[in-house]
Design a protein around this ligand. Structure first.
Ligand SMILES: C[S@@+](CC[C@H](N)C(=O)[O-])C[C@H]1O[C@@H](n2cnc3c(N)ncnc32)[C@H](O)[C@@H]1O
Length: 291
């Protein structure tokens, strides 16, 4: 199967308009967080974040297939001793835009650096918000099963009578389980917490994904030959992982330095590039050329 990798240089708000309706199976991305990276690629003030993001998410809604999924990695920072609320405001605004907020996964950063603050502990997790256009989206749950674990050896050895029927918990929570269902099982479905180390290798990008992050969602929400989009592609992690997993992919980044870096790491024969055309002294406007 020939796998296509597309790379665009420009602002996602504009570039996304060139992609056809309902053409993408999975969007997985990490946009700049509010005010986080002023020193590198600009920051958006938390009060302006929703206003900045909504035109982009409107385009993402248009290009995503009805069966597709959008995974948004984001985390609010602490401002003047208080957590900012822009992520919550964004979720509410995106729901009004038509998105279903289906799930929230947690990325537990296993290797977060120790530190000391007077009124809180170190940040060790980020949000992975799942949005969909419909309740009937593609999800290949068996692809992310995990080993059942050592607990099963002891717990399933001698089953009591209540272990063999659905037993409701005594605390009235409504949760019930039939322990014998796990007999003979080697693997089970995972939880919605992903335990992944942050990317420490020097990828020449200050906020690169660990490869396992897009990989896990690509396994869960796509199959070979599907199309994955990352509208804030940075060092290109989503593209490289998609290619390895035989998915077509499209990446967009506004920073030419990252665009050039990704371009140099993909076989030119497999890559199609779209970048603003520079006509003499005129500023690069919204004109794009396919090279
Ligand atoms: C958090 S980084 C993404 C890192 C990426 N996940 C990786 O693995 O390298 C966010 C990226 O968004 C890009 N960016 C910021 N504003 C943008 C915009 N309006 N359109 C496209 N890219 C943008 C930045 O240049 C930066 O590379």
């Amino acid at each position: 199967m020939e796998i296509r990798t597309g790379l665009f240089l420009g602002d996602s708000k504009d570039v996304l308009k060139q992609l056809p309706d309902s053409s993408v199976d999975l969007i997985v991305t990490s946009p700049p967080y509010a005010d986080q990276r002023k020193g590198t690629y600009g920051g958006i003030h938390p009060d302006k974040y929703v206003e900045w993001f909504l035109p982009i998410s409107a385009q993402l809604f248009r290009v995503l297939k009805p069966t597709g999924t959008f995974v948004l990695n984001i985390k609010e920072k602490v401002v003047a001793g208080e957590r900012s609320t822009y992520v919550m405001e964004l979720i509410i605004a995106m729901r009004k835009q038509g998105w279903l907020w289906t799930e929230e996964f947690i990325w537990h950063k296993k290797n977060s650096f120790p530190g000391k603050w007077p009124n809180r502990f170190r940040d060790s997790w980020e949000r992975l918000l799942q949005f969909n256009k419909s309740k009937h989206f593609n999800m290949y749950q068996n692809e992310v099963k995990v080993p059942i674990g050592d607990w099963a050896k002891g717990r399933l050895k001698n089953l009591s009578a209540t272990d063999k029927v659905r037993d409701n918990t005594k605390n009235g929570s409504g949760f019930g389980k039939n322990v014998s269902n796990w007999l003979g099982k080697e693997s089970v479905f995972p939880t919605n917490v992903l335990h992944l180390a942050t990317e420490c290798n020097n990828k020449n990008h200050s906020a690169a994904f660990p490869e396992e992050l897009p990989e896990w969602f690509i396994k869960l929400f796509t199959k070979q030959g599907d199309t994955v989009l990352d509208p804030f592609v940075g060092s290109g992690t989503t593209l490289f992982v998609s290619k390895r997993m035989k998915r077509h992919s499209i990446g967009i980044d506004i920073t030419s330095e990252y665009y050039e870096m990704v371009k140099s790491r993909i076989n030119p024969a497999e890559l199609y590039l779209i970048e603003p055309v520079k006509y003499g002294k005129t500023k690069p406007q919204r004109r794009y050329a396919i090279r």
